[in-house]
Each structure stands twice: as structure tokens, then as C-alpha cells.
Design a protein around this ligand. Structure first.
Ligand SMILES: [Zn+2]
Length: 95
């Protein structure tokens, strides 16, 4: 039996195969609601806009200053992800 799973993009409204959507654990069904093409178009537009770029950078900086512990945790988590991707085993030790 061969099945094909499709999903409608929330942005362009086109029904597409599930492979056109990024996987994401947090979303119902394990995939994001916006197709890969729309996601990249949206990201490109945002990155190209200097006003948005500046605002994102400033907001990020403020957030980091207000939440130093969480910022450090995110940094640590992304570092752990990189290590795990490269075959390292990371064990959490409570102290
Ligand atoms: Zn789309």
C-alpha cells in the first residue's frame, strides 16, 4: 500500500506533499503550517528589510540583557545540539 500525505500551506493556500513542509516537534502532526517555499520567501523579505533587521537585532539584545540566564541556556542548548549532531553523547548532571 502506498499513501501520500498532503497538507495545505497556511500562507499560499496550495495543497502540497508533506515533504514540502519542515518537520517540527512542537506542531500537531509534526510539521509546520507554512510550506518551505513560503518560509524561505518570508525569511528573505524580513532579512532584506533594514528596518526589521535593526529592530530584530535591538530586541534580541534587550531580551538577552533582561534574561541573561535564559540566553545562556539557549546558547548552551544549541551547543549541545551541535555536539549531538556530530555524534557526541551529552549527559545532564544535576548540581
Ligand atoms: Zn506556501
Amino acid at each position: 500500500m502506498k499513501i501520500e500525505i498532503t497538507k495545505t500551506c497556511n500562507r499560499c493556500g496550495i495543497l502540497q506533499p508533506i515533504s514540502e513542509f519542515q518537520k517540527h516537534e512542537a506542531y500537531t502532526g509534526g510539521h509546520v503550517c507554512i510550506c518551505k517555499k513560503c518560509t524561505s520567501d518570508y525569511g528573505r523579505k524580513r532579512r532584506e528589510d533594514p528596518k526589521i533587521k535593526e529592530r530584530l537585532y535591538a530586541n534580541n539584545k534587550i531580551w538577552k540583557l533582561r534574561n541573561p540566564k535564559r540566553a545562556l541556556n539557549i546558547k548552551l542548548r544549541s551547543y549541545i545540539k551541535i555536539l549531538q549532531k556530530n555524534g557526541y553523547k551529552v549527559i545532564k548532571i544535576n548540581s
